[in-house]
Design a protein around this ligand. Structure first.
Ligand code: SF4
Length: 510
């Protein structure tokens, strides 16, 4: 099945009617794009080569939408799939839909419609007692305004083609569903009827379509400046093009600076940190960042750092978890999007000696959480503090494990009690260098403090990639390839805890 909703239609569409060849069509996704920014719509339609590359994470989001859509179809079994075979076959699909309707088919997946140069494909269309019920499926856990507009557009197009729609609903993921036994689709999904909103939005949709079609008829790229719309509601994929004048380190990197203030400053022509006016309402940490940048100096609060280092036990673990999320829970006692730890690395330091231990689960289809817990408890058996980087993450993972495996509560709580956060000195700006570019993430702190050790040479060099790689490892059939992937995952996590050892060494040397 081709998932239409996650695919953005590019260029004019082919139809076996030459008059339609020259028409410019809007789809649901290009409509939403145009609502966010008309320039983005125009660039997408005529200059798609300027778009940023699709990264693995975006691809994973598209794939997730497809999987969730297919799963939701099972709520209405026995339907006929009208989705196009490929991206050039949209109008074939629309014709097929009409034929299916005429033939009396009562459940249609990816039903296609076209009205006034707008095409849309509804995920599920069901006929009950002579009237049609439309369902749009979202892999998100929340109903957003964009989804309602999205459904309103579909409703507008379907109604105008003459289809009698009793109601239109959005089906989205219910994140309170805790799986036990077979997957219960009725509990996994929430249904929200949005027909009233769709009717109320009718004029808005009609006017917006006129506006967006006139944008597409223009001869030149709309003159729209960058702004908050570049990231809301979605990250625009033309940022590389439109933001090229913004320096790599600018006011947009200043940590915890309110978005409104950032855009007010930008509106006043301020981009470089050195141009920030004295009257800007900045926090102490933000002033430290600016001062450090302007003078190219390191900020080091020796007393605070020494106090932190001295508070650590002589026997010490450096611990790091990797997790993955699955929208559909594969195991009992798992909720949609729950963080599932699948890997850890631990460096143990004592008397100048450093030892390493690690764990990596089999694959994301196997429930390895209990195995993870047993290994973790065994590997943390020595006394001493357990240093992590960003304590709230590891703590919440363990608390979630306790919820699912209460029989290990006391050992796991003891691990939490021993945890301390290596991120603290950097988050509190006790140690700051301009190379950290306003961030206290270990990915910025490590190159600033230990330039000889980096993630650059690793095949897997960030947590998102590790998570996506592990979540898909079961799809790799070649055993040798699986071995290489596992080695890369282990190397990545080990680098994280080695980085912590080296960062602490720098702090100790102060
Ligand atoms: S980057 Fe911003 S200004 Fe440029 S097209 Fe995207 S939303 Fe519009």
């Amino acid at each position: 099945m081709l998932k239409i909703n996650s695919v953005i239609i590019t260029g004019s569409l082919n139809y076996n009617n030459t008059s339609s060849m020259s028409k410019i069509y809007l789809s649901k996704s290009t409509f939403i794009k145009g609502l966010q920014c008309e320039k983005s719509l125009y660039l997408h339609k005529y200059h798609s080569n300027l778009s940023d590359d699709t990264n693995l994470q975006q691809q994973a989001i598209f794939d997730r939408g497809t999987r969730v859509g297919e799963l939701a179809q099972q709520l209405f079994p026995g339907g006929v799939d009208a989705s196009p075979r490929d991206y050039t076959q949209y109008f074939e699909s629309i014709k097929d839909t009409q034929k299916l309707i005429k033939d009396g088919v009562e459940v249609i997946y990816e039903a296609g419609f076209c009205f006034n140069n707008v095409i849309c494909f509804i995920d599920i269309l069901v006929k009950k007692k002579g009237r049609w019920y439309a369902y749009e499926v979202k892999s998100s856990t929340k109903l957003t305004d964009v989804y309602i507009i999205d459904a309103s557009l579909q409703y507008y197009v379907m109604q105008n083609t003459g289809l009698d729609i009793a109601n239109i609903s959005i089906i989205h993921i219910n994140n309170t569903y805790n799986r036990f036994g077979p997957l219960d689709l009725k509990k996994l999904f929430n249904f929200v009827i949005v027909t009233k909103d769709a009717i109320n939005n009718n004029n808005y949709i009609k006017n917006k379509l006129l506006e967006l079609h006139s944008v597409l008829a223009q001869k030149s790229i709309p003159n729209i400046a960058i702004g908050p719309h570049c990231t809301t509601p979605y990250n625009c994929d033309f940022k590389g093009y439109c933001w090229s004048h913004v320096p790599e380190y600018s006011i947009f990197n200043l940590s915890r600076l309110n978005k409104k203030i950032k855009w007010t400053l930008y509106g006043r022509g301020v981009m470089d940190l050195s141009q920030i006016p004295l009257d800007a309402n900045l926090s102490d940490n933000q002033k430290i960042e600016i001062d450090s940048y302007m003078n190219q100096t390191e900020i080091i609060h020796k007393i605070k750092i020494r106090k932190f280092v001295n508070s650590l036990s002589s026997e010490l673990y450096h611990l790091d978890f990797e997790t993955y999320q699955s929208v559909v829970p594969y195991f009992d006692n798992v909720k949609p999007y729950q963080q599932i730890p699948f890997q850890y690395s631990a460096h143990y330091e004592h008397n100048q000696m450093v030892a390493h231990s690690e764990y990596l689960a089999k694959d994301s289809l196997t429930d390895c959480r209990e195995d993870f817990i047993k290994n973790l408890i065994r590997d943390m058996k020595q006394d001493g503090d357990i240093l992590v980087y960003n304590i709230s993450f590891e703590r919440s993972c363990i608390n979630e494990l306790i919820r699912c495996f209460p029989q290990y509560q006391s050992e796991l709580l003891a691990i939490i009690d021993r945890m301390k956060d290596l991120m603290l000195p950097f988050k509190e700006r006790w140690y700051y260098t301009p190379k950290m570019k306003g961030s206290y993430s270990i990915k910025y702190v490590l190159p600033a403090l230990v330039p000889s050790l980096s993630y650059d040479c690793l095949e897997i060099n960030n947590g998102n990639l590790a998570s996506l790689t592990f979540a898909n490892i079961h799809n790799v059939t070649d055993e040798e390839e699986v071995g290489v992937i596992r080695k890369n995952l282990l190397e990545y996590c080990k680098r994280d805890t080695l980085a912590m050892v080296k960062i602490l060494d720098v702090l100790k040397s102060i």
